[in-house]
Ligand binder design. Structure first.
Ligand code: HEM
Ligand code: HEM
Length: 228
């Protein structure tokens, strides 16, 4: 009989699926023709909060969510690529997947931060538009207009990797990202985490929400003044 062990904590799983919905919504609302650009800014703030939460969770979260358990070093990557096919995969992210995780978190953070300085040349501007040197702002606007293509590329690779895992290794990575659990065929009892650190996650999420509110509302220069 196969037993199931908890590997992905609940806050990480909520983070993942809310991030997926947020990125999809940010993409849809970014198109001026859809008329939802005000909501685009809100999606951007949510994305900023989510990535900030994930970075803190990478230090304070449960075992497999912690960066130290999966940040890939060159030696880990080489031994993973060369390894014997019958060796068991790590319980959490594998070294190649970890590279992609780090890349996705970094580029989404860059997209959200650069958004704070954006301006659509009509009515909508990020809260820090006009608050910094024009040359640096032009670079950030350039980044915001172009880095989404890299995000899309990363998402495509991410989904291809998940489908390949299913096809070639006959392992679903998606179900564990929903239930948090992996079967004893793939992980052992010592890999299991005991609980999801929910209370700590709620405290971190509230602190992050307060920080984002402070950043984009309380601390932001008054955007309107640039239009008069
Ligand atoms: C991760 C979060 C975000 C994503 C994925 C995202 C994505 C995008 C994309 C794909 C575009 C269209 C670029 C183009 O083709 O010209 C865009 C434009 C824009 N974004 Fe974001 N964005 C994010 C966060 C933000 C934030 C936080 C703000 C401001 C607070 C913001 C403000 C804007 C503005 C004002 C535009 C200009 C629309 C235009 O020039 O037509 N974005 N964003
Ligand atoms: C907007 C699209 C998406 C983004 C930005 C995204 C981002 C991410 C990130 C950042 C992680 C790492 C989780 C962590 O923080 O440790 C991850 C893992 C994962 N994602 Fe996504 N994801 C997207 C779409 C999807 C979709 C559509 C699926 C399902 C078909 C999926 C399935 C998974 C799975 C299974 C993992 C765990 C991989 C592993 O076992 O190592 N993701 N994703």
């Amino acid at each position: 009989m196969t037993t199931k062990y908890l590997i992905w904590d609940l806050p990480l799983r909520i983070f993942h699926w809310v991030l997926v919905a947020t990125i999809a919504a940010a993409w849809y609302t970014s198109d001026q023709d859809n008329g939802f650009i005000d909501y685009h800014l809100i999606c951007g703030y949510v994305a900023l909060g989510l990535i900030t939460f994930r970075v803190l969770w990478g230090f304070l979260g449960t075992r497999h969510s912690q960066f130290k358990s999966f940040i890939p070093t060159p030696s880990k990557l080489i031994s993973y690529v060369k390894k014997d096919k019958h060796m068991q995969d790590p319980a959490g992210h594998n070294p190649l997947g970890s590279l992609m995780v780090v890349f996705m978190l970094t580029i989404i953070l860059l997209q959200a931060v650069s958004g704070l300085f954006m301006n659509d040349d009509i009515f909508t501007a990020g809260p820090y538009n006009g608050a910094i040197d024009k040359d640096i702002e032009a670079i950030l606007v350039f980044i915001h207009r172009n880095s989404f293509d890299f995000i899309l590329g990363a998402i495509a690779l991410h989904i291809i990797a998940i489908i390949s895992y299913k096809k070639f290794k006959n392992k679903s990575l998606v179900l564990p990202m929903i239930t948090g659990k992996k079967s004893s065929d793939d992980v052992s009892e010592k890999d299991a985490i005991k609980h999801s650190k929910i209370i700590l996650a709620i405290i971190i999420a509230l602190a992050v929400a307060a920080f984002v509110y402070w950043l984009v509302v309380m601390n932001a220069p008054v955007a309107e003044e640039y239009y008069y």
